[in-house]
Structures are given as structure tokens and as C-alpha cells.
Write a protein that binds this ligand. Structure first.
Ligand SMILES: Nc1ncnc2c1ncn2[C@@H]1O[C@H](COP(=O)(O)OP(=O)(O)OP(=O)(O)O)[C@@H](O)[C@H]1O
Length: 734
């Protein structure tokens, strides 16, 4: 019997089809599973027919209803698969459109990745011709235009071929002189070839592109003699094609809403998520929206399937993100109770508190940042210390807690990485600070309070000290890892005993928005040789991405392993849309007025209120004013902190910190002023500690970057009065 496969675009369009058409698809698909190829051809209802004058002689159409047709790619006729091979349902469209589409599509097998690819031959030819016309020499009496350097002049035809760029594409590519032309042409090229060209244009060498694209994608087994390369390509392209193996699978698949990330992983995502076994901790990094969370979810699935009976901890940074992970886990595990039961989803802090509660039979009372700072302020004043409250808070958190320093002697000799203000070893200054720390310990212990970070430290001590009592997991998967403090890492290390597939870590150092600079190796987590990077953004348009990435230009970002710097080189999106709306206003009232108009425009364009988020650095006063103005305009709003479920209507209101990990079709970032980004009271003065000052500024820069990169289709950035210095260079470019 023949097999059936569906392309990603066919799936994506299926949801929009009317019920009778969907029923027609089901009926047609049933026949593909029940009949032999000759029977399929003979079936009157199905009307499987070859398309005349098609660019690809294997193109067929099938009848779905009176007016709708399926566009189908038939197996290669001259191979044994011609009789039992895979039919690919490419799209379901009205009759005339189906024939027009079937005529111009050409499927091929990429010579390097061996993946299936498709192109509209006519469009590429037309684009090439239009470029050639521009190049035609001018009349003899006109001055010839300057010869522009070619975009890919440095890449030989042989190398292009080695990377799978074929003749038709190469002919077009050789005419390109600018990146913008590649962005216009690219989406018409076969996907793997476009990806190769994008990376080359971003400055990656031929060998680097070969490693990144070809090696990751090429199937490990070569095409066997007699096997059809088309057939092999169909099964080797899971990021764009889904092969259906049973009638139940088809029915279930078509009935469920399409969740592209569940089915069509990019090769680089699949390779790491479904890697059979890692010998130790793995780190996956990538810019915003590159699918790190998606990969983490698929890894959980893989671990549950590979290790029956094993238990997995899936952690993230905030409760809101943990809720969303739990929800998505249900989807990726198809609601399978047995596997769901073996996964615990929690924030690290919540786990740590549970750990302490288990041992001490009482919950610690947790100190918020503001209350913690008040304690330090009092101690500073009482002891008449020459340092600021902030200096003391940071010294305790980033040196003492980070390195588990428990005695004056240890503090006197400790390195203080990331701290610029010099404190000599064995000095009276360190002794003075230690006095304050002892006082802090005594005060907080007396009333039984601790910060979340201290709770993680205590929980790690319990876990290491009482292994019998501590909860342990066979595997720990960590999302949003960039902000974890060393104490949190130690706790995670304690709950995940060392071994194969012990820790799977995803994060992005460009989104570090808390004051935690951790080196994984310093907390005993060695990822050398097991570090992977994702580069394609699936969330935002290239326009939003380019603008947002500009906020970080020139800012050195240290990587998670602690061994060097991270970069967004090669980070890109395949989506395109309108550029961000970036506007300064004379007054806050004018900014809020413009916001309400913007939200109404987005709603008029068909967005639900829950698809829209409004964000500012702080809740007060802007978000409250925005909520009131929206209410006056009859638009409901709801705070993200109140954890509204996905079905609750209302524009989402969030502080920039609360936007971490979330995404919306449209995002308005308000109050991007010189006073808010950076927020001076939160920045250590340069003359107090230059290193900490730079790190505080960077943290605020990343915060604005995080807020802007939550937008999928539309981003509006606004301020009143002087704008943030982080965006001034971007305004000059506009
Ligand atoms: N292979 C895929 N196919 C389709 N959509 C995808 C794919 N991978 C990720 N996405 C979508 O891209 C968006 C971003 O994914 P995800 O949240 O996993 O990225 P992330 O790297 O964790 O982002 P961030 O670091 O900004 O929080 C989500 O809407 C997700 O569903």
C-alpha cells in the first residue's frame, strides 16, 4: 500500500478549511491508505490525475469536493516506490488554484542535505530575468552605472554546489549585490538553500555553514541502491513534512489544532532534543524565540520515552512560565497520564522551599528584595559603614552566597569575580563587612526569614547533607537558565546526581535580567563538547528582530559556561512584517493617547485583546494610567502577574521583568525614557564599582531587549521626554 505524507503548509491551511472540505480530505486520505496505486488511479471519486504541462511531471491533483482539489506529489514512477511509495499532499485549494499551483511547483532533492525541497520555478526565473534587465548595458551615449560588488563573490561555484545550491538558484544568486535583495529573493528559494545563503551572507565560512546546515540535516544512512532518493528525502525532512503511518494518526493529527512546534522541528532543534544520550550536562543557547523552550519540552518527551520509569524535573524561572510549560507539556505528551506523572514542573525557588519544608517541617518566610535591602540599610547605618546598601546587598549575594563563604577566614581570602571595587585580602575592610554579614545572619535567623537565593543555598545544603531526605530526579531539564544564581545551580546539581543525561540546560545570556553571573563550570557543571546553539527565530519578524538586536550592539555578553563571550551572529528570522513603530511624545498623556489608538488599530486588524501586551519598566504610574485609558476606550486589560489563563480576554499588562519568556502578537513598550532605561537608582555608581556599574547597565539593556523581543508581528516603542540612551543610536539610523 502507498504511504501518505503531509507538507507543513498543507497542515497549516487545513485548520482554515470549511467542514465539508475537511471531510473530503479525510475521505480522500482514507483511500490512500486502503487502495493500491493502480486502484488509486482507477478510483473515479478520487480522480487522481496527472497535471499537463507541469514543471514537475510527478504533480497530480485529487478531487476533494466539487470545487476543491488536493495538490499531490506522486512517487517517482521508475522506482520500486512508484508502486508503494509515499504520496505527498502539498495543499488543498479551490480547483483552478490547484491546477495553477501544481503546474509551477518543482520538487527536488537537495544534493547536500538530501532533504526534500520545493520551489516555484517561474517566480525564480522571473526574478532572475528582472535582475538581468537591470544589468543590461546602457545606450552608448550614457555613462555606465558603477559595477557593484557581488554579495557572494567570495564563494566559488564548487563551494556553492558543495552546500547544495543548485544551478537555477545559483544563476539568481550570482546577480545579487545586497542583503536586501537576498531577503526579497530568498523566500522563493528552496528552504535549505536559502538558509545556506543567509549564513554565508552573514559572514560564516563555507566550512562553518557545511557543519551547521549540511551535517546537521543530512541523514546518517545513505540512499540504498534501488531506493528512491525522493522517498528518502520525504522521510528525511521532518521539519517540513509529516509522514502518516496509521489511519488513527491521520485522523488525530487532522482533528487537533496545528501546533507547528510539536511536529515540525528544525533540524538543529531535533538533533539536540532527540539526541539519543548525552554523557553529561548539555547546554543549548540561542537568541530570543529560537525555540529553546520547545527543545526543552521535546527533550523531556525523549527522556521519558527512552528511560521508562525515570522521573524528570522541568524547571524554569517564574511561576507564570512554569504554568505555561505544564500546559505545553500536556500537548507534547498528548495528555498521556503515565508520562505526565513522571514529570514535575516547578521553579527552582519553589522546589527549594519545598525541600526546606520537608526537612524542617516548616516553611521559611521569604524576604522580597525591598525588605532585604531595608535590613541592610539598617545594618549599614547602625555600623556606620562607608559602603552603600546596594554594595552590601551585592557583596553578600554575588560573593558570599555565590561562593558559599561561611567564615571570616574564607571571606578574607576569597576572590571577588565581577566586583570592581577593590577590597584587599586580609583587610580591616573585609572584616568590617563580615561583621555586617554576621549581623544580617543573626537578624534574619532570629525572625526566620531568608531571601529566595538563601533558601536555595539552604536547600542545596540539605540535599548534599541528607541525600536520603532530598528529593532527587533522574534527569533535570532547565529552561531560562541564564538568570540562575550559583546557589540555585548547586541545588539543581544536588537533585540531579551526575550521570548520562543528568542536566539539559537551555538559556540565552542576552536575556540575563537579574544580577546573576554564573559560570557553569564553577558550580560543577561541565558542558565542554556538549554545547549547542540555535539560530533561527520562529517568533518575531526579521524587522522586529533587527531593531531589538540593535539595543545590544557593542555590548559584550559573557556566555553561560563562563569561558567566553556569547554572540547573536547568524541569528535571524524567516518571517517578515512591518518595522517597529518607534515614537517619542511631548508628554506622558500624549504617549498614552497614542497607545490607545495603537491598541485599537491592532484590534481592528483582527487581533484579540489577549494577543496584545503593554509593558513598561515599572507598574506605576504608566501601566496603571494605560489600564485606565484603555478602560475609558472600552478595552479590557488584565495584569500578567494575576496569571490569567490563555482563554481570559484582555490586553496583558506587564512590567518588563514579567515579560520574560512570554510572547504576544503585538507588544507596546511604554516609557522607554532616559530615566527608566537605565534606571539610575538601580545602577551602582561608576566611582563606587566600575565593573558592577557596567554590569548593571548591561542588565538594563538586556531587560529592554527582552521586552521588545516578546513581539511576534508588531512592536511599538514609545517614550515622553528624553529617550533612553539604549535606543538613541537606533533613532539616528531611522
Ligand atoms: N520548529 C518550530 N516550528 C514552529 N514554531 C516554532 C518552532 N520552534 C519554536 N517555535 C515557536 O517559536 C516561538 C518561540 O519559541 P520558544 O518560546 O521555544 O523560544 P525561546 O528560544 O525559548 O524564546 P525566549 O528565549 O525568547 O523565551 C514559540 O511560539 C514557538 O511555538
Amino acid at each position: 500500500m502507498p504511504h501518505l505524507a503531509l507538507t507543513k503548509s498543507c497542515w497549516q491551511n487545513f485548520e482554515q478549511l470549511e467542514k465539508p472540505v475537511r471531510n473530503g480530505v479525510h475521505k480522500a486520505m482514507d483511500k490512500f491508505r486502503e487502495l493500491t496505486v493502480p486502484q488509486l488511479h482507477a478510483d473515479k471519486g478520487l480522480h487522481l490525475e496527472q497535471v499537463k504541462n507541469a514543471a514537475d511531471p510527478r504533480m497530480r491533483t485529487i478531487r476533494i469536493t466539487d470545487f476543491w482539489r488536493g495538490v499531490v506529489l506522486a512517487p517517482d514512477p521508475d522506482t520500486k516506490d512508484g508502486q508503494a511509495g509515499t504520496f505527498l499532499l502539498v495543499d488543498v485549494v479551490p480547483h483552478d488554484e490547484a491546477y495553477a499551483k501544481a503546474k509551477k511547483l518543482l520538487f527536488s532533492v537537495n544534493s547536500a542535505t538530501l532533504g526534500l525541497e520545493v520551489r516555484d520555478v517561474t517566480v525564480i526565473d522571473q526574478l532572475t530575468k528582472s535582475m538581468e534587465i537591470i544589468e543590461t548595458p546602457p545606450a552608448p551615449d550614457r555613462t555606465p552605472p558603477p559595477v557593484l560588488p557581488r554579495l557572494f563573490a567570495g564563494v566559488s561555484d564548487n563551494d556553492m554546489q558543495r552546500l547544495g545550491v543548485d544551478e537555477q538558484v545559483l544563476q539568481a544568486v550570482r546577480l545579487l549585490t545586497e542583503h536586501s535583495q537576498l531577503s526579497t529573493f530568498g523566500p522563493f528559494f528552496p528552504e535549505d538553500q536559502y538558509e545556506v545563503l543567509q549564513l554565508l551572507s552573514l559572514g560564516f565560512s563555507v566550512d562553518e555553514v557545511y557543519q551547521q546546515v549540511i551535517v546537521t540535516r543530512r541523514p546518517s544512512e545513505p540512499v540504498k541502491p534501488g531506493e528512491s532518493s525522493l522517498e528518502k528525502a520525504i522521510v528525511s525532512t521532518p521539519n517540513r513534512v509529516r509522514v502518516i503511518t496509521s489511519s488513527d494518526e491521520l485522523r488525530q493529527a487532522l482533528e487537533q489544532p496545528l501546533i507547528a512546534w510539536k511536529t515540525f522541528l528544525h533540524a538543529s532543534q531535533r538533533k539536540v532534543a532527540y539526541h539519543p544520550r548525552f554523557n553529561g550536562p548539555v547546554q543549548v543557547s540561542g537568541g530570543p524565540g529560537t525555540g529553546k523552550t520547545v527543545v526543552a519540552l521535546h527533550r523531556v518527551k525523549h527522556l521519558l520515552d527512552r528511560y521508562p520509569g525515570h522521573r524528570v524535573l522541568l524547571t524554569t524561572y517564574t511561576n507564570a512560565l512554569a504554568d505555561s510549560l505544564q500546559e505545553n507539556l500536556r500537548l507534547v505528551l498528548d495528555d498521556d497520564a503515565e508520562r505526565l506523572e513522571r514529570v514535575h514542573v516547578s521553579t527552582v525557588n519553589r522546589m527549594a522551599v519545598a525541600q526546606i519544608r520537608k526537612l524542617k517541617n516548616a516553611s521559611p518566610s521569604l524576604l522580597g528584595d525591598e525588605d532585604d535591602r531595608k535590613i541592610w540599610r539598617r545594618i549599614r547605618k547602625d555600623l556606620d559603614l562607608p559602603w552603600s546598601d546596594q554594595f552590601l546587598v551585592q557583596e553578600y549575594r554575588n560573593v558570599v552566597l555565590a561562593q558559599q563563604i561561611r567564615t571570616l577566614d574564607a571571606y578574607q581570602t576569597a576572590d571577588r569575580p565581577g566586583r570592581g571595587a577593590g577590597l584587599r585580602r586580609q583587610s580591616a575592610q573585609r572584616e568590617q563587612i563580615w561583621g555586617a554579614i554576621e549581623r544580617y545572619h543573626a537578624e534574619t535567623e532570629a525572625v526566620g526569614t531568608m531571601t529566595h537565593t538563601a533558601a536555595c543555598q539552604a536547600a542545596a545544603d540539605i540535599a548534599f547533607g541528607h541525600p536520603g531526605i532530598a528529593v532527587q530526579y533522574d534527569h533535570v531539564v532547565v529552561d531560562e537558565a541564564q538568570d540562575l544564581h550559583p546557589a540555585q545551580w548547586r541545588f539543581l546539581r544536588a537533585v540531579a546526581p551526575e550521570g548520562p543525561d543528568d542536566l539539559f540546560i537551555t538559556g540565552d545570556p542576552h536575556q540575563r535580567i537579574y544580577d546573576s553571573q554564573t559560570s557553569l563550570s564553577a558550580v560543577g557543571i561541565k558542558v565542554t563538547g556538549r554545547s549547542r546553539r540555535l539560530r533561527i527565530n520562529y517568533r518575531s519578524t526579521e524587522e522586529i528582530l533587527t531593531w531589538s538586536t540593535g539595543i545590544l550592539t557593542g555590548a559584550p555578553i559573557s556566555d553561560m559556561s563562563g569561558n567566553g563571550h556569547d554572540s547573536l551572529t547568524g541569528y535571524r528570522s524567516l518571517l517578515h512584517g512591518a518595522p517597529p513603530v518607534v515614537t517619542g511624545h511631548g508628554t506622558e498623556a500624549a504617549e498614552i493617547d497614542a497607545l490607545v489608538k495603537q491598541v485599537l488599530t491592532w484590534c481592528d486588524a483582527g487581533m484579540e485583546t489577549a494577543d496584545i501586551a503593554i509593558c513598561s519598566r515599572f507598574r506605576m504610574p504608566l501601566l496603571d494610567k494605560a489600564a485606565k485609558a484603555l478602560a475609558d476606550a472600552g478595552i479590557k486589560s488584565v495584569k500578567v502577574d494575576s496569571r490569567p489563563g490563555p482563554g481570559v480576554p484582555g490586553v496583558r499588562l506587564a512590567t518588563a521583568h514579567a515579560m520574560k519568556g512570554l510572547e504576544f502578537r503585538a507588544v507596546a513598550v511604554l516609557g522607554v525614557t532616559a530615566k527608566s532605561f537605565p534606571f539610575a537608582p538601580g545602577i551602582t555608581a561608576a566611582d563606587v564599582d566600575q565593573v558592577q556599574h557596567d554590569s548593571d547597565i548591561l542588565r538594563d539593556r538586556c531587560l529592554l531587549f527582552v521586552a521588545c523581543t516578546r513581539a511576534r508581528e508588531a512592536l511599538a516603542v514609545s517614550w515622553s521626554g528624553p529617550e533612553s540612551s539604549f535606543i538613541t543610536p537606533l533613532l539616528r539610523k531611522q
